[in-house]
Design a protein around this ligand. Structure first.
Ligand code: E4P
Length: 216
């Protein structure tokens, strides 16, 4: 399973990239706005830190606007993936860009039907938002299972990028289902690495070592 970071915070991206486990980065307009930076400059900075897919989302909501923004974004770096909303115009733009060999990530996906449509339009990645489904008392992970099953049935190449991840259990369950990618906020990576028994165990090893370290 690939791990992407779901943030536009450059310091975080540098920190977690140094762990050697970050395969890509997803951003969205809210994450960019939170940093108070320009989209172009931040995306370019991210491409210098992570050598993998970097999703940059279109702001336009009409087909022509999406295509023109996408054509601009792909000039920034070879690793740019164009993030498009799951709308009629987004789907049409996905078909056009995918046909030209431009990598796409169809976002704001909340149903299996939307995921099938994204695949038919040639999306490189599809982003089902599981946390936001959980928030409204739906079972987000069921959507992942349905998409993985459908894509497997037909050998569909679109990769399932599990988005809106809230906690480590989401990552583990998505991995057990066989989703291709999990994009997660930095806090989730912290929670994945930390375990109180690891800390306690290390403390004990070091304390015991202190007792014998000077013996010849
Ligand atoms: C995915 O690419 C989105 O940026 C993200 O996962 C949205 O998550 P949220 O529901 O935590 O905003």
């Amino acid at each position: 399973m690939q791990f992407f970071l779901d943030t536009a915070n450059l310091e975080s991206i540098k920190k977690y990239a140094s762990w050697g486990v970050v395969d890509g980065v997803t951003t969205n307009p809210s994450l960019i706005a939170k940093e108070g930076v320009s989209l172009e400059s931040r995306i370019k900075e991210i491409t210098e830190v992570v050598d993998g897919p970097i999703s940059s989302e279109v702001i336009a909501t009409d087909y022509d606007g999406m295509i023109s923004q996408a054509r601009e974004y792909v000039k920034w770096h070879k690793n740019i993936y164009i993030k498009l909303p799951m709308t009629e115009d987004g789907l049409r733009a996905c078909k056009t860009l995918s046909s030209e060999g431009i990598h796409t990530n169809v976002t704001l996906v909340f149903s299996p039907g939307q995921a099938l449509l994204a695949a038919k339009a040639g999306a490189t990645l599809v982003s089902p938002f599981i946390g936001r489904l959980d928030d409204i008392s739906h079972e987000g992970m069921e959507l992942i299972a349905e998409i993985v099953e459908m894509y497997t049935n037909y050998g569909i190449e679109t990769k399932v990028l599990v988005a809106s991840i809230r906690h480590p259990r989401h990552v583990i369950d998505a991995a057990r289902i066989g989703a291709d990618i999990a994009t997660m906020p930095p806090e989730v990576l912290d929670k994945l690495i930390n375990h109180p028994l690891t800390d306690k165990g290390l403390e004990k090893f070091l304390a015991d070592w202190e007792k014998v370290k000077d013996l010849q």
